[in-house]
Write a protein of this length. Structure first.
Lengths: 261, 346
């Protein structure tokens, strides 16, 4: 079980500052959704958390600085689902999900590795695709395979960068419900960047709203999602409904014209 | 029941790969027997195997012909095909580029320059019989270091390494052209002949040196097969899967260069094996480098030994240099694969 503590996290691409001194803590077994407009720093933050990028400040997992962990050690703890787009040459779906076992296994795959790969494939309902070439799949299918790879990695923390972008509404709900169940069942901490506020509100225990590299809100969906905040951050007028079954529903109405100074 | 179906498919593929490797080994062993019958001294395939199993130094005429003349050439052919094939497979893997090979990354043209330097100017690091080979070897490694060093300035990515490789290729090509321009016609002829690539210069000594380099490098590369697999998904993903990406790329590039240098310094530049053998093998057994790398070694050996055997017989008694033959065989085959390859294979 793990707790993540982020302290004064700063990141710049050359001279452009992307993240400005972020501080937050994510408790064990929490599903945290990061929301915010394009360019607010969601993807950058996720990459920093997996040490793909090297920010200043501290990222602590159970009090231990991730800088002090070996690359492989970190991969045993953190699984990362990138946005789709990259091709993977001459690899079947099974091969791609098997890659998730890389930090755990040696040259030869053990029985345990094979059964975790199998479970992940079943969990994401891509078993009928197992023998297919990854590159031949649709975007949505590829997205599920990449999630399955991270699940097979059997991490304590799961990072997902807009994991449902290419999925239709049926598969969106299916994938997110699966991730949510996985977190409840195994106690893994999930941090994902999500665009859709309704979806984020529905599956998140906690929401974090980023705007221009700053945290403008952190808390439960109920606290965080307000018309004022959406107006301020997204520059959109929106209506917010509360439905006993669906929870919070955010319906964007129209963009607010930018005031040109 | 569904559970076993997924694993069944995977295990079936693994078995298919192992069977392919065994078949390729059988083809190679057969080819050795056939290749050893080729030449002016008549000897049957069965006699060849009997002579090989009897060992060297039995004093018979057949033993002298097979052991002293034909086996060094055959073994050098196998080593060269295997080394260039593996080098190509590794470069394509670590650079995620289907066109990567010792040729396209400038390593082979650097070897030509090193050899030209020795042939035309007589300049080199060691004197005597190994002047040309030592120069070719040295310049191959210099080119690899230059490619790596240049790429490092901008950060080691597949793109930067390929850009640096292409620049290095042109640099050494024009340096070689310059040497040819100032050289005498006999020297130029010797350089051109070296650049054709030939197994005719093979001796037990050169075979031993090439074999030692191969046997040292191959296990090192195969050890990183899983990491190279993960690199196929991109640097970021490989990093997040615990792979030390730059480290693997350095070892892969170093190993591929060493393999290339270890053979082409003796044979001259031999094209297309490094590019085509990995592709043929990948189409047959898939992209898992644990099987692809040994498979490519066998495939490269089969193609090269086959090309040399054809080159020795097609216009006999004239022997066509193997470098010419591999390109003759390689180009149509490459185009055939290119035109009919499965969609999205790469």
């Amino acid at each position: 079980m793990v707790t993540i503590t982020v302290d004064s996290l700063d990141f710049s691409y050359q001279s452009t500052r992307i993240l400005h001194g972020l501080n937050f803590t994510v408790g064990e077994g929490t599903v945290l959704c990061i929301v915010g407009p394009n360019g607010s720093g969601k993807t950058t933050l996720i990459r920093c958390l997996d040490r793909i990028l090297h920010p200043s400040g501290a990222i602590l997992i159970n009090g231990k600085h991730i800088r002090d962990l070996g690359r492989r050690e970190l991969a045993e703890i953190i699984g990362y689902v990138p946005q789709i787009g990259a091709k993977i040459a001459a690899a079947t779906v099974f091969d791609v999900v098997m890659m998730g076992r890389t930090p755990h296994m040696g040259w030869q795959s053990r029985k345990e590795d094979l059964s975790l790969v199998e479970e992940a494939i079943q969990l994401l309902k891509v078993d009928h695709l197992a023998d297919r070439e990854f590159n031949e799949l649709s975007g949505g299918q590829q997205q599920k395979v990449l999630i399955a790879r991270a699940v097979a990695q059997d991490p304590r923390i799961l990072l997902l960068d807009e994991p449902t972008n290419s999925l239709d509404i049926h598969h969106q709900l299916e994938a997110l419900a699966m991730i949510h169940r996985l977190s409840r069942k195994t106690g893994i901490t999930v941090i994902m960047a999500v665009h859709d506020l309704t979806i984020a509100a529905r599956y998140a225990d906690q929401l974090m709203m980023l705007h221009n590299g700053l945290i403008v809100g952190y808390g439960s969906p109920e606290e965080l999602i307000t018309q004022e905040r959406i107006r301020e951050v997204y520059r959109v007028d929106a209506k917010i409904f509360r439905d006993p079954e669906a929870g919070l529903i955010v319906t964007p109405l129209h963009p607010i014209a930018d005031v040109i100074p | 029941m569904e559970q076993s179906r997924i694993l069944e498919g995977y295990i079936k593929r693994i078995h298919g790969r192992i069977i392919t490797l065994i078949l390729l080994t059988a083809v190679l062993l057969t080819l050795i027997g056939v290749a050893a019958t080729l030449g002016s001294y008549p000897i049957s395939v069965i006699e060849v195997y009997a002579t090989i199993f009897a060992g060297p130094g039995t004093g018979t005429e057949a033993a002298t012909i097979v052991w002293d003349y034909r086996l060094p050439r055959i073994l050098m052919g196998i080593l060269t095909g295997a080394a260039l094939g593996v080098a190509g497979a590794v470069m394509q893997g670590i650079l995620r580029n289907p066109l990567a090979s010792p040729f396209t990354l400038g390593i082979a043209s650097a070897a030509s320059f090193g050899a030209s330097l020795a042939i035309i100017l007589g300049a080199g690091v060691v004197a005597g019989g190994y002047l040309i080979a030592a120069n070719a070897f040295l310049f191959t490694l210099i080119a690899a270091a230059l490619v790596y060093g240049l790429a490092q300035v901008r950060g080691i990515t597949p793109e930067t390494m390929i850009m640096a490789g292409i620049a290095i290729m042109y640099l050494f090509s024009s340096l070689t052209s310059f040497l040819q321009y100032i050289g005498t016609s006999e020297d130029v002829h010797a350089v051109v002949f070296w650049m054709f690539g030939s197994l005719g210069r093979s001796t037990w000594e050169t075979v031993t040196i090439a074999a030692v380099i191969f046997l040292f490098t191959f296990p090192l590369i195969i050890f990183f097969a899983r990491s190279i697999n993960a690199l196929a998904a991109g640097d970021e993903t490989a990093t997040s899967l615990g792979v030390a990406v730059e480290h693997v790329r350095l070892i892969g590039m170093g190993g591929a260069s060493l393999l290339t240098a270890g053979v082409i310094c003796f044979t001259g530049t031999i094209g297309f094996i490094g590019l085509v053998a990995p592709h043929i093998t990948r189409m047959m057994i898939g992209g898992d480098n644990r099987f692809l790398i040994p498979g490519t070694a066998l495939m490269g050996a089969v193609i090269l030994l086959g090309a040399d055997s054809i080159g020795r017989t097609i216009m006999a008694p004239m022997i066509l240099p193997v470098g010419i033959m591999t390109a003759f065989l390689g180009v149509p085959f490459f185009l055939y694969l290119f035109l009919r390859r499965r969609r999205d294979y790469w």
